[in-house]
Design a protein around this ligand. Structure first.
Ligand code: FES
Length: 319
């Protein structure tokens, strides 16, 4: 993947534990065009790569904006972005990619964000406002001090479309979600981004009134029924290399490939970004990712190497 050299031009404290970063390209070229819902891979340092949604103005081709929440315990990325990276530092990023695209011609859009899930959602709101489209936004946060971009949302051009839900307990959050998603206007779409329990509760609230293809989700961490489930060892055959390797119960396919010096693209290592998706030639994948669509899962023809496994004792990959 081609990397883009950037300089951290500005860092802003957006809320308790949330920093935004404005990145500027170091060459005279513009950034590639991107659409709301896009994210970039950020090489944070020390070999750590993380995905962050773009939350700035897509029309500004000279700058990109991301926001990062400090997480505890950190797997490394948020610590680096909060404690090490400073204005003027140089980073490498990947080109924007979009796994969470906005359907721009929907008659109405419902935007639901919780916590740092606001980042792709605020970009969608900006775009819908620019298009003159009908939308509403609901933003859930732990407390006013944890509400990132509050000023931008309150005093921006579409402040009247934003409802802040601050400091609600899980039961009350569920009630609000039931109220918002209990009915569907025409062919409206709903976009949901936030922590796993929030996403799960929003999905539950949408059941019935919202058809599956009208619900758009972006998770920040893998959460599937099988994530963390017991695992058994299996063999992985790399057809193009005519090589078979053993994957232990405590290993991932990706780790085994790395240990054996087989280079393959990866990024999040959480089954979220899709960088490691590989074709399956035979055997049945046991999907543990949050990236593949239902159709891709059911086809059994692709697998995320970083988290998913084999159902049986062998799987053959197009590697
Ligand atoms: S590396 Fe991101 S899904 Fe596997």
């Amino acid at each position: 993947m081609v990397l883009i050299n950037v300089e951290v031009r500005k860092i802003t404290r957006e809320a308790e534990g949330v920093r935004s970063f404005v990145l500027a390209r170091r060459s005279r070229l513009n950034f590639p065009r991107y659409t709301p819902g896009s994210h970039i891979d950020v090489h944070c340092g020390e070999g750590i790569i993380r995905q962050y949604s773009l939350c700035g103005d897509p029309a500004d081709r000279r700058h990109l904006m991301i926001a990062v929440r400090q997480v505890y315990p950190s797997r490394g990325g948020s610590d680096l972005m909060h404690k090490v990276v400073e204005e003027g530092d140089r980073l490498e990023i990947g080109a924007p990619r979009n796994n969470f695209p906005l359907v721009e011609d929907a008659p109405h859009s419902v935007l639901l964000a919780a916590g740092i899930g606001i980042t792709p959602i605020i970009a969608m709101a900006d775009r819908l406002h620019a298009l003159g489209s009908s939308f509403e936004m609901h933003y859930f946060s732990r407390a006013p001090g944890h509400t990132a971009f509050r000023r931008r949302l309150t005093h921006g051009d579409f402040g009247d479309r934003v409802s802040f839900h601050e400091g609600l307990d899980p039961a009350r959050t569920g009630e609000v979600l039931d109220g918002v998603l209990g009915y569907r206007v025409d062919a409206a779409r709903v976009y949901i981004c936030g922590p796993g329990p929030f996403m799960d509760r929003a999905r539950e609230a949408a059941q019935g009134a919202w058809p599956e293809d009208s619900i758009h989700l972006e998770r920040f961490a893998a959460k599937t029924a099988l994530a963390g489930a017991p695992a058994h060892p299996f063999s992985v055959t790399l057809a193009r290399r005519n090589l078979t390797l053993e994957v232990g119960r405590d290993q991932t396919i990706l780790e085994v490939l790395e240990e054996n010096g087989i280079d393959t693209a990866f990024s999040c290592e959480q089954g979220v970004c899709g960088t490691c998706v590989t074709d399956v030639l035979s055997g049945t994948p046991e999907h543990r990712d949050s990236f593949l669509s239902r159709g891709q899962r059911e086809s059994g023809q692709v697998i995320c190497l970083c988290v998913s496994r084999a159902v049986g004792d062998r799987i053959v990959l197009d590697l």
